[in-house]
Ligand binder design. Structure first.
Ligand code: G3P
Ligand code: MG
Length: 220
């Protein structure tokens, strides 16, 4: 089972910071997951659309300039990183699952990744995912796609088929043996978030899940 560092190793370091991604690598993650928003054309790695939970800033991301956002403390003196900074830090040591969290992120993510792919990165180092399946459909098809769901749906496979997805990404609360088996029959990987407790990790292993997103990569 592949372990994906969720927002880095965010159980041990401030989420979505360079510190958290470095720690995830040191804990043996072969994939790291991060969330992106776009502000003034720059892709920022942060989960929420508002600043209070993870930084010392106030209000919505979109209410601020890039200059203001970049001088905030995202925990332990870390800055909100740009996507480019994270990719350069990872430097081919792990694959990167870029979750298109904010609106209108697919096009700038495509541009950045295509630029990097022209400079020695490989498309196979990147995975795009989103709960926003329309946004995900705008991702360049050469990058693998993970269709995220946080609710049970009768339409999982309509969505994955329309997106030509690589994986079905389900929350821990909705995954079950039947959907794992059906996904595998269709050639899809199954990735489950967020799996932190040892008994859940073991349950996912037994179910045959392909990858888990975890805040505590050392627990696998
Ligand atoms: O991609 C898995 C997981 O990150 C999705 O939920 O809210 O942590 O971005 P969230
Ligand atoms: Mg995420």
């Amino acid at each position: 089972m592949i372990k994906i560092g969720h927002r880095g190793a965010c159980g041990y370091a401030p989420e979505n910071t360079l510190k958290a991604f470095e720690l995830a690598i040191s804990m043996g993650c072969s994939v790291v997951e991060l969330d992106v928003h776009v502000i003034q054309g720059e892709l920022l790695v942060i989960h929420d659309e508002s600043l209070e939970r993870t930084t010392n800033g106030l209000g919505l991301l979109t209410e601020h300039t890039l200059e203001y956002l970049r001088q905030l403390d995202a925990g332990e003196g870390e800055q909100i990183p740009t996507l480019r900074e994270v990719i350069e830090l990872i430097d081919h040591r792990a694959e990167i699952n870029i979750e298109l969290k904010g609106p209108d992120t697919a096009v700038p993510v495509n541009s950045l990744l295509l630029e990097l792919c022209a400079r020695g990165w490989s498309a196979s180092e990147f995975i795009l995912s989103s709960f926003n399946h329309q946004e995900l459909a705008l991702g360049e098809p050469q990058f693998r796609r993970g269709a995220l769901f946080h609710y049970e749906s009768e339409h999982y496979f309509e969505v994955t088929s329309r997106l030509q997805a690589w994986s079905l990404n389900l929350s821990l609360g909705i995954v079950n043996q039947q959907v794992v088996d059906s996904a595998h029959e269709k050639g899809l990987k199954v990735c489950v978030y967020t799996v932190n407790e040892p008994e859940d990790i073991q349950r996912m292993r037994v179910m045959g899940v392909d990858a888990i997103f975890t805040n505590y990569p050392d627990r696998l």
